[in-house]
Write a protein that binds this ligand. Structure first.
Ligand code: CMP
Length: 138
């Protein structure tokens, strides 16, 4: 089934000039970029995006980090896109991410893990709508 998923290139990766390399890996994996923009979240906006994690011990640190610098958000589309993009990202903890994945190559640690991807069709719809207006997604 053709799906859309939300991708975030996080502050650690933008800071290290990795936007191009990460987008190249995404396009190389046959995922189509349907929307793309750069923004700098404030703390409240980061808290809103990660609301599902608000009870987690890392919530404050995560939302400080996600509002610490610019990010790139994108909508990716393709057959089975949610699962395929998660495979391309690799495990949340880069120590567990397989060779050839984005996090294996670029992530610094479990928090500064370079990229985010939606984990289910329901969350993909919510996450895309958090950043993009209907008219912005091609
Ligand atoms: P992400 O896929 O964006 O989903 C939630 C984020 O929380 C995750 O990537 C990491 O950036 C961060 N995260 C997950 N687990 C931990 C953890 N144990 N400690 C700190 N940050 C975490």
């Amino acid at each position: 089934m053709v799906e859309q998923t939300l991708c975030i290139i996080k502050p650690d990766a933008v800071e290290r000039n990795l936007i191009g390399k990460i987008l190249q890996m995404i396009e190389g994996a046959d995922l189509k970029i349907k929307a793309l923009k750069m923004l700098h979240l404030n703390k409240k906006q980061a808290e809103g995006f990660y609301e599902v994690h608000k009870e987690k011990p890392f919530f404050d640190s995560l939302t400080n980090y996600m509002s610490s610098g610019p990010i790139v958000v994108a909508v990716l589309e393709g057959e089975d896109a949610i699962k395929r993009y998660r495979e391309l990202m690799g495990a949340t903890n880069p120590k567990e991410a397989k060779q050839g994945t984005i996090r294996n190559q670029f992530a610094l640690d479990v928090e500064k893990n370079s990229v985010h991807g939606s984990d289910s069709p329901e969350n993909a719809v919510k996450e895309i709508a958090y950043f993009f207006d209907k008219l912005e997604v091609l």
